[in-house]
Design a protein around this ligand. Sequence first.
Ligand code: NAI
Length: 325
Amino acid sequence: MKTPVHIAVTGAAGNISYSLLFRLAAGDLLGPDQPVILHLLEIPPAMKALQGVVMELSDCAAPLLHRVEITDDPYKAFKKADYAFLVGARPRGAGMERKDLLVVNAEIFSVQGKALNEVANRNVKVLVTGNPANTNALIALRNAPDLRPENFSAMSRLDHNRALSQLAEKCGVLSKEVKNVIVWGNHSATQYPDLHHAEVKGANALSVVDYEWFTDEFIPKVQQRGTEIINARGQSSAASAANAAVDQMRDWALGTPEDNWVSMGIPSDGSYGIEQGLVYSFPVRVTNGEISVVKGLDINDFSLRNMRATEAELKEEREIIKNLL
Ligand code: NAI
């Protein structure tokens, strides 16, 4: 058996974590021979609920789960963390503007960035799910100057998986028969799900579906999927978000296949003219734990306009919280 890895999860008593923690305990992240120690962070009012979740984790008698620790102190939760899932965030309350949400969450991620900087494993992989995920990741990484920006990513895998499934359903194939979709930009309604380079059973996706379906149905469907789920369930996506968090972190840790790529929000290296440093979702491949942007894709005017629009939104978000950078 390998030495256990330390996995920190914030917002551990919340909805997403209620799926995520059990997947982690079951070995879905790193496989059946990798034991885990879970470090769960919550705010004081949620500690009682968290104790209930810990009881349930115990009741799974999960063979890989060595220990569970709970705390409301990020410096304890992130100590020696190899993997950190930053899920916890304040939801938008009644009368709260988007700007107010950005500001309250920005403060959470600046504190957590500082704590990670101080106590986490120097190779920690930090995946930010709590919204606004891209800007929260930017704040966390800027507050962790002793870690590399590459230690941080924002979750766009749920959008990527949604795009895969929508295309697969349209074409009547399995999602594993669809490759190379891209989600560019922000995890928000301005994201640009792009099929120009996607393949369905080896054929270019846009030779299989109508261009009008792509522009008029597919793009808004993927962009609005989160809202559609809230309208149906009365709550935001939770199990699919947890699944996406596992998918993104697993690919980051274990690598992507050579003939496919995934979308991840990462600090821009300036590829495709996106401002360097912005946390923006790109098509990426991962080798030995290092993420690299898929370069050299042809980008037409339609795509460029959409990529710029979502970049502009990220710059606006950054402007609102610039005092925390
Ligand atoms: P939730 O409201 O059920 O749970 C959030 C938890 O975070 C709560 O238990 C709360 O007590 C905790 N929390 C708040 N501040 C904290 C802090 N400073 N430290 C530690 N924990 C803290 O929300 P849910 O459904 O689990 O969603 C979590 C976040 O994920 C939300 O911001 C949501 O918008 C976002 N999300 C992101 C997605 C993505 O694709 N990037 C998809 C779905 C949700």
